[in-house]
Design a protein around this ligand. Structure first.
Ligand code: SF4
Length: 711
């Protein structure tokens, strides 16, 4: 491991290291940018990244808020990629950060660095498959209801004018069921007969997916999200010797504190009642009498689909019943019996299942029978495209059968099994994931001959990150002040993170924040808040928001974890804002998120109420107002931790193992751009217990213990 001080360039360093140090120096090319401020922490991080790339080493960097992490890894990554004809794969957890990289940072670097190409990597299913579209149009009567056929027609018209043929180019996204029948799908894609240069492409519409693929292959920098990264990694049949997703690539994970969580979700299995129904309806939907089997007039297979739909409904109903029973037993243990105790028990949304054979298996055998019947249909079909679609359905049926069987038998070693229930739809999903993803990542990510760089503002579990102006930070900045010897090389806080992701071989670095929190911000903790489940919680919350908003005359960024509560509070507080003459923007009330943020930036006194996606706003996308405050009320999470990209980032909610750094992290997430005059306040209206309870659920390390407590 190296300490922050070691990351300064020294004589004998490579050209890349020197070049990078120079770029981030007070007089380097970045200094020509009007917003540039020399940050020694940023320079130290950039140099460490350059060195790791040159050495083909792995690096874990915890860099405090305001360091400018993205430029600190992008610059060395681009220069290294160009010099060695490699591909930099940059993975982030949130769409906000992807937007910042592709719309702000990379275009800015295009102006000052040697020529390079970048692109956003999206999943295949984001692109229209012109071949499937053509086929779906021909078979529209058999496959779609009249409203779906109208949606198909809309997709067709859009396909004639879209720029890139991807979902994000729609003004109003199409019906997912119809889109699923026309998007690019791996098992159905046949570039040899219909790729970019093929006769099919020439005769028909150009293939958007192949065009995107070519752009991806020729790009020097790819930006994608963690979910797609691990989906692609899991789908690779064999590992490359000198690359991870592509031959000759290297990987940078920003928001790396989410890597373990996302990886475990995508290495494990998840099968929902909706997925089973969707796969069966693709073959035959008894209500609409549409589906692939309609085209073949196959009575026996149709019958099997009908009975399997019923079996599947009864299977998931039994699972729910069994889970209710488990929840009742666990609740009685924690809260005792009686009505009052029952009231205190919240409806479960996730529940650990410990024993195999939770319910009798009445679906895997019918699934197998249906597979065989569909196999016969494939042999009988003389339409090649329908045959391919049926093969794809069969592949999915096999997956579903195996996943249900694995869940019921609990035969995957070292996995935890649990059931999730969607709060709104009450749809169930069966899940399994390894408790420890380190072994997989150690082999597939860190066992390759290429670099993996991981960075985040919150990777360590101790409170040892050097703060601005502290001795440790001074050391990292190369100042003449000397740090206390005990702290200088103590990066043990990162050991926990690197072990959890199997990156024990990584070099570790902590650089502090350029903010001086003690001078620049105030943190208020409202100690006497009612429990978020209590009836008077909402009124108490309104009281405190009013209290602080009055003190600062607006200028507040109010973050919620419950969407419902946010809307209620927003509505109830409207007269209060009207009286003060303040604009209050509430997420989810019609104004697009980006426009809301723009308005919030322009109107300095305004107040913004937001939920989870605003929790993850990169600091640089927020206004640099001297008195902007963040109020952080607490409530139930707005989104399920299971959903890719969902949940509260650990930057905002302390993991029990990170509890000592909670105040610091809370503060870090609220800080504006580092200017000498900046000050901000952060208000946390939550009992530490509530916060810890939520984070307990989200901390992958604590997963098994959380299930203990729930189960
Ligand atoms: S190459 Fe694949 S995505 Fe493109 S049109 Fe053909 S099947 Fe569709």
């Amino acid at each position: 491991m190296i300490s922050a001080a070691d990351s300064q360039p020294a004589a004998g360093q490579s050209d890349l290291v020197r070049q990078v140090a120079e770029i981030f120096s007070p007089n380097g090319i970045l200094s020509k940018s009007p917003n540039f401020e020399f940050r020694p922490q940023q320079q130290a991080m950039a140099v460490a990244v350059a060195r790791a790339l040159e050495d083909r080493a792995h690096l874990a960097v915890e860099a405090g808020t305001g360091v400018g992490k993205s430029l600190a890894y992008l610059v060395p990554a681009i220069l290294y990629a160009l010099a060695h004809q490699k591909k930099a794969v940059v993975s982030t957890h949130t769409i906000n950060l992807q937007e910042q990289l592709t719309q702000k940072d990379l275009p800015m670097l295009e102006l000052i660095l040697p020529r390079f190409q970048f692109t956003m990597l999206k999943g295949r299913a984001n692109y229209l498959c012109t071949r499937r579209l053509q086929k779906a149009m021909q078979q529209s009567g058999n496959l779609f209801t009249s409203s779906e056929a109208a949606e198909l027609q809309r997709i067709y018209e859009w396909s004639r004018s879209t720029r890139d043929g991807s979902l994000s180019d729609f003004e109003v996204e199409p019906d997912p069921k119809v889109w699923a029948m026309v998007c690019s799908e791996r098992g159905l894609c046949s570039p040899k007969i219909c790729g970019h240069q093929s006769d099919f492409a020439k005769e028909n519409e150009v293939c958007f997916f192949q065009r995107a693929r070519n752009r991806i292959l020729s790009s020097d920098v790819l930006v994608l999200n963690h979910t797609l990264f691990f989906t692609l990694l899991g789908g690779l049949e064999e590992a490359f010797e000198s690359g991870i997703l592509f031959r000759n690539d290297f990987v940078i994970f920003d928001e790396a504190h989410q890597v373990e969580n996302v990886a475990s979700k995508h290495i494990g299995l998840s099968v929902s009642s909706g997925q089973v129904r969707y796969s069966l309806h693709r073959l035959w939907n008894p209500r609409t009498e549409k589906g692939l089997l309609t085209t073949l007039l196959q009575g026996p297979a149709v019958k099997l689909v009908g009975s399997l739909l019923q079996e599947s409904d009864s299977f998931f109903a039994k699972v729910e019943e069994a889970c209710e029973e488990l929840a009742r037993a666990a609740g009685a243990k924690s809260f005792g019996g009686g009505e009052a105790a029952a009231k205190r028990r919240r409806e479960w949304t996730e529940l650990r299942v410990r024993r195999p054979g939770l319910v009798p298996d009445n679906v895997t055998l019918p699934l197998q029978r249906l597979r065989e019947a569909v196999g016969d249909c494939i042999k009988l079909s003389n339409d090649k495209d329908i045959g391919l679609e049926l093969m794809e359905c069969n592949r999915r049926l096999t997956e579903l059968r195996d996943e249900v069987a694995t869940f019921l038998q609990q035969d995957a070693p070292d996995n935890v099994y649990w059931v999730e229930r969607a709060a709104k739809t009450r749809a169930l999903s069966l899940n399994a994931a390894p408790i420890d993803v380190a072994a997989f990542l150690r082999q597939r990510l860190f066992g390759t001959q290429t670099s993996v760089i991981m960075t985040s503002a919150t990777l360590s579990i101790t409170n040892e990150t050097p703060a601005a102006g502290s001795d440790a930070s001074a050391k990292s900045s190369g100042s003449r002040r000397q740090p206390p010897a005990a702290r200088a090389g103590d990066l043990s806080g990162l050991n926990y993170f690197v072990r959890r992701v199997g990156a024990e071989s990584a070099v570790a670095l902590q650089v502090g924040t350029p903010f001086d929190y003690e001078r620049q911000m105030k943190l208020y903790v409202v100690r006497k808040m009612p429990d978020p489940r209590a009836d008077d919680y909402r009124d108490a919350l309104i009281h405190w928001i009013e209290h602080f908003v009055k003190q600062t005359h607006g200028k507040a960024f109010v973050l919620f974890t419950s969407f419902k509560l946010m809307l209620e509070v927003g509505e109830l507080m409207q007269p209060f804002f009207d009286e003060l003459g303040l604009a209050c923007f509430v997420q989810g009330t019609g104004t697009p998120r980006s426009l809301m943020l723009e308005k919030f930036k322009e109107d300095v006194d305004s107040v913004l109420f937001g939920t989870d996606s605003f929790w993850r706003c990169p600091t640089s996308s927020l206004p640099a107002c001297p008195l902007r405050s963040r109020t952080i009320p607490s409530s139930r999470p707005a989104s399920k931790p299971s959903k890719p990209g969902a949940g509260i980032p650990s930057a905002n909610i302390p993991c029990p193992k990170r509890s000592s750094s909670s105040a610091r992290e809370s503060a870090a997430s609220s800080a504006p751009k580092p200017t000498a005059a900046s000050s901000s306040c952060s208000i946390t209206a939550s009992s530490p217990n509530n916060m810890a309870r939520r984070s307990w659920r989200r901390c992958p390390s604590a997963r098994s213990r959380w299930y203990e407590s729930k189960g």
